[in-house]
Design a binder for this molecule. Structure first.
Ligand code: FAD
Length: 541
């Protein structure tokens, strides 16, 4: 009697792509080598519990739904398909392993603490069922574990240090998509499919999006096909790629001034390793190119940096118990948080950004700077954890490591410490959009305000406000704080919090620290040195 066919399972979690997917490739290669021995089942586990506990807004659910449909299509072109299983991984795997006679399970590793815990549980289940598990690191260019090991067991906590570590590492080989599977490797229907042929089909939009009224425009459709198209489009102008410098891009252009590859990288429907390789190829042809940290390669390496530091700290997304994060006594102001989250602070530039985020699911990096600084150390003195949660819900590209890492940076809680450099919610936006076209688009109440006061509508007289069709306090809110006053108070609060943190960490007072040359400078000293350098530069000009 012929031996019963075994099944090879690839478990898609992130890495929702067929290109450059080593774990999927392993399954395909094994099946192609012995097509009469194996069935292939690429799966995606849709855990209904996640619909409840994860902060995922309607736009991101739609993005995921589109990704799954596209992935299924791309697998079909390879003579396979996507099997979507509903349930908790720890509940469904024991049954799947038996029902499908699974021999091998592969997946891409993930550093997020909930995923690490889940994966350990699934590995134990696999071991108990005699299933081999093989994992591959392909969500990042460099394996965070390897980077940390290379840095003597500690995550490099500055970007420059990170660069110097990864410079010595070999780049991974970027894979093409696998070749088509031979006939016969497509499994026959199991008892569930026999009873209900669409049981493993992709979810529909209705099944995933519980509050369709929250859907904004579908400006960035999900999926590997769209991701690769977007990559090609972004790279088509080689001069733009080679001269890219992040600070010179605009936070408030009406169309994105950067690539918007982030949602695709977040879900892994685009390989960061492929993006990096393609960028390197272009830069070879343009020797006078921009460099990290501001270049496009530099941006991809910021992603790598945050993944590495996050991999070493399971409390990365919170202030307490987080090795990197300073403890700052933020205040609770639900009314201000709500005004910020819904674009009703009375600061048109801030409100425009938050409304763009809610509608479209993506905002420019410097726009994120402006609103994150405003919420935390700049104006509202509200915890970065609250801001992170709002971003978690609204961003298409929400990413555990990147969201937390950047929030800590912007709130000067970790990685960046020049808290005395505060973004003005008025002047910053004017630099790249003097007429306020961006505000007019996202805060249409103010559309008739002239450029002279669109960033500061409180400067218009009541008569003018009436003429412009938008009276403050009636049609658009009064500003909830006065930036000119509060940002100065907040700098003092930050200075005090830094002092306490420094004393707690070193067990010494500020004066003792300043007189000890073996210790890093106190913030007071660093600020003085910053001011001296700045006035020297001004004097030279
Ligand atoms: P590009 O400038 O075209 O850069 C290309 C890629 O490089 C991006 O797609 C992204 O993967 C990576 N990258 C760029 N900047 C950064 C950065 N500062 N840190 C890490 N990676 C970077 N990015 C996310 O992907 N997910 C998040 O949840 C997220 N939350 C953020 C929260 C705050 C408060 C801030 C200030 C930034 C956050 N970022 C986050 C980083 C950054 O703003 C976005 O990655 C970037 O704006 C995405 O647009 P883009 O693809 O056009 O970027």
């Amino acid at each position: 009697m012929a031996a019963e066919r075994r099944t090879l399972v690839h478990w898609f979690r992130k890495g929702l792509r067929v290109h450059d997917n080593p774990a999927l490739m392993q399954i395909f290669n094994k099946a192609r080598a012995s097509p009469d021995k194996f069935y292939v089942r690429p799966i995606f586990v849709l855990d209904p519990g996640i619909l409840d506990w994860m902060q995922v807004g309607a736009n991101r659910w739609r993005f995921l739904q589109q990704i799954l449909v596209d992935l299924d299509q791309n697998l079909k072109e390879l003579n396979s398909r996507l099997f979507v299983i509903r349930g908790k991984p720890v509940d469904i795997f024991p049954n799947l392993f038996d029902r499908w006679h699974v021999e091998l399970l592969t997946y891409e590793t993930d550093i997020e603490p909930y995923a690490v815990k889940r994966d350990v549980a699934v590995q134990n289940i696999a071991a108990a069922h005699g299933v081999t598990v093989d994992t591959h690191c392909s969500h990042t260019i460099y394996n965070p574990e390897v980077v940390i090991a290379k840095n003597l067991g500690r995550a490099p906590v500055t970007y420059q240090k990170f660069l110097s570590v990864v410079e010595k590492l070999k780049l991974p080989k970027v894979l093409d998509k696998p070749e088509r599977l031979p006939k016969g490797t497509q499994p026959i229907a199991d008892e569930f499919e026999a009873a209900e042929p669409d049981v493993y089909d992709c979810p529909t939009l209705d099944q995933l999006v519980k509050r369709p009224q929250e859907l904004g425009i579908n400006k960035f459709p999900g999926g590997e096909t769209e991701a690769l198209r977007r990559l090609e489009k972004s790279l088509s102008d080689e001069h733009w790629v080679a001269s890219f410098e992040k600070p010179n891009t605009a936070p408030n252009s009406l169309e994105p001034s950067t690539t918007v590859l982030s949602p695709y990288l977040k879900f892994g429907c685009l390989s960061a390793r492929l993006v990096h390789q393609r960028l390197q190829e272009i830069l070879k042809r343009h020797p006078k190119h921009s460099k990290p940290p501001v270049s496009l390669v530099g941006q991809i390496l910021w992603r790598e940096f945050y993944y590495t530091v996050a991999a070493a700290e399971s409390n990365f997304d919170r202030m307490l118990g987080n090795i990197y994060c300073l403890q700052i006594p933020w205040q609770e102001r639900p009314d201000h948080l709500d005004a910020w989250a819904h674009g009703r602070t009375g600061y048109p530039f801030i409100d425009a950004i938050m409304r763009q985020l809610r509608q479209e699911g993506w905002i420019h990096h410097l726009a994120r700077h402006a609103v994150a600084c405003f919420l935390t150390r700049g104006d509202l003195w509200i915890s970065w954890e609250d801001g992170q949660r709002v971003f978690e819900q609204l961003l298409l590209d929400q990413d555990w490591a990147l969201n937390a890492g950047n929030w800590m940076w912007l709130s000067a809680s970790a990685f960046f410490h020049q808290y005395f450099r505060v973004y003005s919610p008025v002047a910053f936006g004017k630099k790249t959009d003097r007429t306020g076209a961006y505000i007019r688009k996202y805060v249409p109440e103010l559309a008739k305000y002239p450029a002279a006061c669109i960033y500061e509508p409180w400067k218009a007289t009541l008569a003018d406000q009436r003429d412009f069709g938008c009276v403050l306090g009636v049609d658009y809110p009064h500003r909830i704080v006065n930036h000119d006053i509060v940002h100065k108070e907040n700098i003092k609060r930050m200075s005090a919090a830094y002092k306490v943190n420094r004393e707690m960490r070193t067990g010494k007072t500020e004066d003792e620290i300043d007189s000890d040359s073996s210790l890093p400078m106190t913030t007071g000293k660093r600020k003085a040195s910053f001011e001296t350098k700045r006035s020297n530069i001004k004097r030279k000009r």
